[in-house]
Design a protein around this ligand. Structure first.
Ligand SMILES: *[C@@H]1O[C@H](CO)[C@@H](O)[C@H](O)[C@H]1NC(C)=O
Ligand SMILES: *[C@@H]1O[C@H](CO)[C@@H](O)[C@H](O)[C@H]1NC(C)=O
Ligand SMILES: *[C@@H]1O[C@H](CO)[C@@H](O)[C@H](O)[C@H]1NC(C)=O
Ligand SMILES: *[C@@H]1O[C@H](CO)[C@@H](O)[C@H](O)[C@H]1NC(C)=O
Length: 492
């Protein structure tokens, strides 16, 4: 009996031999620009490696980030908590200082006997992660840096020749090479691993090996057909894309970034083509890492997830970069492969949120599941404000969340946005930052309503149309009641 019990405990002990590894891959600024998302009409794609992975994964067609900016989004999905709990709304603040000393996803695996290794861009580097990469999260961390686009030759895009790359390898090539080395080392260890690989592309500057350009002939690059601000858009919803305009070549155009101004057509085409090429290059780097997983015979023992950290605008509405609550900025790719569970591939159109990743990967790996955070959780090191999606892997067509929540802050105004099956409703309200972090829902600055059945590009704000009053009232209620009430109705 005792022996049997010991045997059982050894089997169940997380981190024991036989536990599944986790390979957690992130791309930076990647909207769903993959073949498997082609119904969203985002333009040409060439992503054979990710499409193959998607075929053996749960592919989430409608996954929404909680905040369309790198550090707030990453902090949210890596801690399993929403921005109003992490208090990270910019690139400067560190969640352990302003939110709470939360146990992160890599840290949780590390605490459960896994070897936790990070490579590339996982947290936003710098102040947002303790001037490092949140050291508590990792056993090992490898930071690779970008060589092109450094001060001096700050161009928005560049197709790099083979000769140049031989002299100076591109950052994602270095990251893929390190990931392969790490996989080799980790495969020899007796403990399971949590390996996070964060690619820098397709983030600006769009730098990629020359050969990827030939996949996208200039003649096939179309301009967005909605290069204007939505009708009746409130000004607060806009972002004047200072990020793109900070590059020397774009700055020289003297663009103001104001609504209903656009960049010259040939610039828009060049930038779109360069983004598509950078996506294809990033896909090739993911392919190299996945090939190594296969070569080492780890496929059946390794959970693999792939995400972009938020969406992106490439001239749609005349907008660029992220920094908004529009669908383009908050809709991002997500796929999760769990051996034995998603081998045949599953596709779901159900709404999910990036905050759901942490509890999902924990459940898929068989670790103790995360409990739902109470209203006030700054003092609780481990809990989650998301919901495990493992149930969706088995039943991808079942009704799941009825709403997904995002937000974006402009100074003393917070835009809270809710996506339902049909609508996006966004309410911009007065918000006081540190130390109170309080939204005043009675001080509404502006509202937006987009009907995705009739207007999937969000070209017309219906919030103040006479016959929208009932739907606005209902969505306002959903937004104010919030994500908790959505979760209580879920199975699993
Ligand atoms: C945060 O928690 C970790 C353990 O998870 C602990 O080692 C560290 O000292 C804590 N930091 C602070 C600032 O409390
Ligand atoms: C932008 O252009 C659209 C379409 O022409 C127009 O309906 C809208 O009012 C304009 N918005 C602004 C802020 O000028
Ligand atoms: C931008 O402004 C600078 C300085 O005023 C001027 O020299 C340059 O010609 C302008 N460029 C364009 C494309 O208008
Ligand atoms: C991996 O799992 C699949 C499906 O269960 C099985 O067909 C295959 O033989 C396994 N491969 C290895 C190398 O164990």
């Amino acid at each position: 009996m005792f022996m049997l019990l010991c045997g059982l405990i050894a089997l169940l002990l997380p981190g024991a031999k036989g536990a599944k590894n986790v390979l957690f891959i992130i791309a930076d600024d990647l909207r769903p620009q993959l073949d498997v998302y082609k119904e969203f009409n985002l333009g040409p794609t060439h992503t054979p490696n990710l499409d193959e992975l998607a075929g053996k994964s749960l592919l989430l067609k409608r996954a929404y980030v909680q905040y369309a900016l790198c550090s707030p989004s990453r902090t949210s999905f890596l801690t399993g908590r929403r921005p109003d709990t992490t208090h990270v709304y910019d690139l400067d603040h560190y969640f352990r200082t302003v939110g709470g000393n939360f146990t992160t996803m890599p840290q949780y695996f590390k605490n459960h006997g896994y070897r936790s290794v990070g490579i590339g861009k996982i947290y936003h580097p710098g102040m947002a992660a303790s001037h490092g990469n949140d050291p508590i999260s990792w056993n090992e961390f490898y930071r690779e840096t970008e060589e092109f686009g450094a001060a001096g030759h700050k161009l928005s895009w560049k197709a790099v020749s083979d000769a140049e790359r031989q002299k100076t390898p591109l950052v994602d090539e270095k990251i893929a090479a390190q990931a392969k080395r790490s996989l080799n080392e980790l495969s020899k260890m007796s403990q399971p691993f949590f390996l996070a690989v964060g690619f820098h592309k397709p983030h600006l500057p769009f730098v990629f090996p020359q050969k990827f350009l030939s996949t996208f002939p200039l003649s096939e690059i179309h301009l967005p057909n909605n290069a204007y601000a939505p009708v009746d858009m409130p000004r607060i919803a806009w972002s004047s894309y200072g990020e793109l305009r900070s590059y020397n070549d774009i700055g020289a155009l003297n663009a103001t970034g104001q609504p209903n101004t656009t960049l010259p057509d040939h610039i828009v085409r060049d930038l779109r083509r360069a983004y598509f090429s950078a996506v294809s290059y990033m896909d090739a780097m993911v392919g190299e890492v996945l090939a190594e997983v296969k070569k080492l015979n780890l496929m059946n023992d390794t959970i693999i997830s792939f995400i972009g950290d938020h969406g992106y605008s490439l001239g749609e509405h005349g907008l660029w970069n992220k920094h908004t609550n529009f669908e383009d900025a908050v809709h991002a790719p997500m796929m999760i492969r769990v051996p034995g569970l998603t081998d045949q591939g599953a596709v779901t159109d159900q709404l999910v949120e990036f905050v759901d990743l942490f509890p999902t990967i924990v459940e898929a790996a068989g670790l103790p599941q995360l409990t739902m955070c109470p209203e006030q959780s700054s003092h609780i090191d481990i809990c989650s404000e998301g919901k495990s999606m493992v149930h969706l892997m088995k039943y991808p067509h079942e009704q799941w969340k009825t709403a997904a929540f995002s937000q974006y802050r402009h100074g003393h105004v917070m835009g809270y946005s809710v996506r339902t099956n049909r609508y996006r409703y966004t309410e911009w309200v007065k918000f006081s930052g540190a130390p109170n972090y309080k939204a005043d829902l009675s001080e509404v600055v502006a509202e937006e309503l987009y009907d995705h059945v009739q207007d999937m590009q969000e070209n017309i704000n219906l919030a103040h149309h006479g016959n929208s009053a009932n739907i606005v009232a209902s969505l306002k209620k959903t937004l104010h009641v919030g994500w908790r009430s959505i979760h209580t109705n879920l199975i699993g």
